[in-house]
Structures are given as structure tokens and as C-alpha cells.
Write a protein that binds this ligand. Structure first.
Ligand code: XIL
Length: 287
């Protein structure tokens, strides 16, 4: 399974208004299809990586026109990849860490129902694609995952198309492992939703020593076992292929070495831990 790290985001896709550039994303889709891999489409509605023209343009539009612009974006992108994308991260990162709504352009202008509208528009453009809401810091039980849980339950009750919850799983060695991950995945599964680990990495202070790599392996192993032992956990994706292609050093100063492969494409202890987790598929021991 392949996720485009950037090429399906709005900014690279529509650098000038009305001029869609699908070349990079099409190339990735062609590669995936040639290698019998599924695509996770990422992402349609987000507060980051919007085209530079969009925010100034939005200021000239009334709310209905802004909603129409978002609908057009979703229809064009999902329509372009209709049948080729297994699952879409339709809405990315809608909540703050305390469970309140993130004051994005979309929430501020369109209100909380932008989520339901986006899901419905995506469904209309590709009725067979699995539709997700994706977020970070929702691994454990807590205010942010509670807010998402309440939202998805409400959307289901209203009959809004929604298939899954994407748990990004950007972990860090300086924080404890999210110990209630299994219970949290289970409550979403109990709603009849798929869950997926969508952007796993475990960042380490640099330079990473053997102890840090061992802790990272333990974290990846627990993530892998949590997914493998949850029947509704349908996929496990790492964010960045090797430490040479990871967003972490550019985003978190002094941190890195966050993926299961080092910069020379050599497997790290985390690789073996994931391999063992997927081979076993066994229920996770309580910590
Ligand atoms: C990151 C990419 O990895 C970077 O290359 C880009 O500069 C910024 O975005 N959560 C997400 C991803 O959903 O889209 C982000 O990807 C990482 C955090």
C-alpha cells in the first residue's frame, strides 16, 4: 500500500487556480498499480498545504461560494482517481489536542458540517472508495480521540458516508507509549468502522544510540501488534520511506531516525519488531 506524502495535497495539485497538475500523483498511482499496491489518497480537506491563492481568494467569496469551491476540489480530485484509490483521508486533522475544533479556514467559514459535506461529496465522486477522517494524537483514549469518537458516531447516525478512522501514530521516544491504543481502536471498531495506522513513525533525539533504537523498536512492535490483533485494523503505513526520506528532521529540531530503515536503507531494530508483530498477530500484553 502506498500513500503519497505530498502529491495529492491541494497545494501541489492546483498551484494556480483552475490549473490542476496530476503528473506527480499519476506517476505514483502508475507505480503502485504496476506493483500490485493499493493507494491511500491523502488528503482532500486540511488546514495545511493549501495553495497560496486559496486563502486570499476565500476572502472574496461568501460562505456558499467557498463551499462550492471545496466541493469542486473534491469532485475533481476524487473523480480523477476514481477506481484507483482504495481509501481517502477525506478530512485531515479536524481537532485540537483538547478536543475542540481546530479553527481552520473550513471550520471558521463553513462550520462543523464541513466534515459531513466533504464526506458526501467524496462519496458522490467515487462511491467505492473507503472514506476516512485522519488525525494525530488520537492513539490513546483522551479528549481528542473522544471528540473524534463523538463526531464519527454522530455522522453514522445521520447516515453520512464514512468507512474508517486513520490514526496517524507520530510517536516520540520522549513520551510514553499510548497505553490505551488497543481499547481506543476497539471502540472505533465497535462502531463498525475500519481503523488504520496511517503515518507511523517514532522520532528519536539525534544522534540515536542503541538504547533509543531499542525503545523505538518496542514502540513500533506495540503499534504493529495493536493493529495486527485488531480485526478492523486494515492497514499499517509508515510515514517516510527510510530515515533519508522522513519529515521529522525538518519539522522537529534535533530529532530524527524515525522510520524502520536507516538512511542507507538498512533495516533497524524497529523493522524486526514490526515483522514479528505482523507474523504473530497476537493480542498485545498489558504493559
Ligand atoms: C508532511 C510531509 O511529510 C512533509 O513533506 C510536508 O512538508 C508537510 O507535511 N500529518 C500529515 C502529513 O497528515 O500530511 C504530514 O506530512 C505530516 C503530519
Amino acid at each position: 500500500m502506498v500513500t503519497p506524502e505530498n502529491s495529492m495535497k491541494w497545494q501541489p495539485l492546483e498551484p494556480q487556480p483552475g490549473q490542476l497538475d496530476f503528473r506527480a500523483a499519476d506517476a505514483l498511482v502508475a507505480f503502485a498499480q504496476a506493483h500490485d499496491q493499493r493507494i491511500r489518497g491523502h488528503t482532500l480537506v486540511w488546514h495545511n498545504q493549501l495553495p497560496p491563492w486559496l486563502v486570499p481568494t476565500s476572502a472574496t467569496l461568501d460562505d456558499a461560494a467557498l463551499a462550492a469551491l471545496l466541493q469542486q476540489h473534491i469532485a475533481a480530485e476524487v473523480g480523477h482517481f476514481r477506481g484507483a484509490v482504495y481509501a481517502w483521508d477525506v478530512v485531515n486533522e479536524p481537532f485540537n489536542d483538547d478536543g475542540s475544533w481546530r479553527p481552520s479556514l473550513w471550520y471558521t467559514r463553513l462550520g462543523r458540517d464541513y466534515v459531513a459535506q466533504a464526506l458526501s461529496w467524496a462519496h458522490a465522486a467515487d462511491p467505492d472508495a473507503k472514506l476516512y477522517i485522519n488525525d494525530y494524537n488520537i492513539e490513546a483514549l483522551g479528549p481528542k480521540s473522544d471528540a473524534l469518537y463523538a463526531l464519527v458516531a454522530e455522522l453514522q447516525a445521520r447516515g453520512v458516508p464514512l468507512d474508517g478512522v486513520g490514526v496517524q501514530a507520530h510517536l516520540a521516544s520522549q513520551y510514553p507509549f499510548p497505553a490505551t491504543l488497543e481499547a481506543n481502536l476497539q471502540r472505533f471498531a465497535d462502531l463498525g468502522l475500519d481503523v488504520a495506522i496511517t503515518e507511523a513513525d517514532v522520532r528519536l533525539p539525534l544522534p540515536a544510540d542503541a538504547a533509543a533504537l531499542a525503545q523505538q523498536a518496542a514502540y513500533f512492535g506495540r503499534l504493529g501488534r495493536a493493529c495486527a490483533s485488531q480485526p478492523r485494523c486494515v492497514s499499517f503505513s509508515v510515514w517516510g520511506f527510510t530515515d533519508a526520506h522522513s519529515w521529522v528532521p525538518g519539522t522537529f529540531a534535533g530529532q530524527g531516525a524515525a522510520t524502520p530503515f536507516d538512511a542507507s536503507l538498512q533495516p533497524k531494530p524497529a523493522y524486526a519488531a514490526l515483522q514479528a508483530a505482523f507474523a504473530a498477530g497476537a493480542p498485545v500484553q498489558t504493559p
